[in-house]
Design a protein around this ligand. Structure first.
Ligand SMILES: [Zn+2]
Length: 82
């Protein structure tokens, strides 16, 4: 019986990381919590306790929120160039 062996293809769903790189301490310890009902994103680094909370547009994903967070972080460090 030469039944062909079915190739087992494991589908690994790319899971978004729960933890992001912290621009302050450089560790992957930044947690992002989205509150779509309030239109808010809360970001906390569990290593250095860096915290931010800011309004986000509807349908903002964690990655988008993280980008806003990083932009805000660096924006707060350096005066904006005109
Ligand atoms: Zn940190």
């Amino acid at each position: 019986m030469g039944r062909k062996r079915q190739k087992v293809v494991k589908i690994i769903k790319k899971k978004l990381p729960d933890q992001y790189l912290c621009p302050n301490c450089g560790m992957n310890t930044v947690g992002i919590v989205l509150h779509p009902n309030e239109g808010l994103a809360r970001i906390i680094c569990s290593n250095c306790s860096l915290k931010q909370q800011f309004p986000v547009p509807e349908n903002t994903g964690p990655v988008d929120a993280y980008c806003i967070f990083v932009d805000k972080y660096y924006g707060a460090q350096e005066p904006p160039k005109q």
